[in-house]
Design a protein around this ligand. Structure first.
Ligand code: G3P
Length: 215
């Protein structure tokens, strides 16, 4: 399973890269705003340090504007994947961009039928937001299971990019289901290597090592 990091903070990307956690990057308008840079500056900066896919989201709400924005974003780097919000206008844009060989990531997906539309439109990635579904008392990972089943039933190439990840359990369940990608905030990635028994075992080894005979 590929790990993308969900951030607009380049320093987080670099720290995660040291640990082998960055197969790609996803951004969105909220993350760009937090970065304190223009969208173009940020995407160019990320493309200078990341070889994998870099998702950059359009702001237009109509297909024509999405397409023209997407064409411009694609010029910022060969890694750029144009992020398009789910909707009728977005599907028109995805089809047009795909016909021009430009990769897309359909975002703000909350149902399996939306994911089916994204695949039929030729999206490279689909971003179902599991955390936001959990936030309203639904079960985000059930959506991932449904999408995995539908995509496998019909052989769609669209990659399932699990997004809105809130904790390590989302990553575990995504891997068990067979999602292609998870996009994860740095703070959640940083939790994955930790386990209380690992720490207590290491502490005990260090304590016992003090007792061993040193030549
Ligand atoms: O960037 C897409 C998605 O991962 C954002 O999720 O719910 O943390 O804003 P959220």
């Amino acid at each position: 399973m590929k790990f993308f990091i969900d951030t607009g903070i380049t320093e987080e990307i670099k720290e995660a890269q040291k640990r082998g956690w960055v197969d790609g990057v996803t951004t969105n308008p909220s993350l760009v705003a937090k970065a304190g840079k223009t969208h173009e500056e940020l995407i160019k900066e990320i493309c200078e340090v990341v070889e994998g896919p870099v998702s950059a989201e359009v702001l237009s709400l109509e297909a024509e504007g999405m397409i023209s924005e997407g064409l411009e974003l694609a010029k910022l780097g060969q890694q750029v994947v144009v992020k398009i919000p789910m909707g009728d206008e977005g599907m028109i844009a995805v089809r047009e961009l795909a016909s021009k060989g430009i990769k897309t990531n359909v975002t703000l997906v909350f149902s399996a039928l939306q994911a089916l539309l994204a695949a039929k439109a030729g999206a490279s990635f689909v971003s179902p937001f599991v955390g936001r579904l959990d936030d309203i008392g639904s079960t985000g990972m059930v959506l991932i299971e449904e999408i995995r089943t539908i995509y496998d039933n019909y052989g769609f190439d669209t990659e399932i990019l699990v997004a809105s990840v809130r904790h390590p359990q989302h990553i575990l369940e995504a891997a068990l289901i067979g999602a292609d990608v998870v996009t994860v905030p740095y703070g959640v990635l940083a939790k994955l290597s930790r386990h209380p028994l690992t720490q207590s075992g290491l502490d005990q080894f260090m304590k016992d090592a003090q007792k061993s005979i040193h030549t």
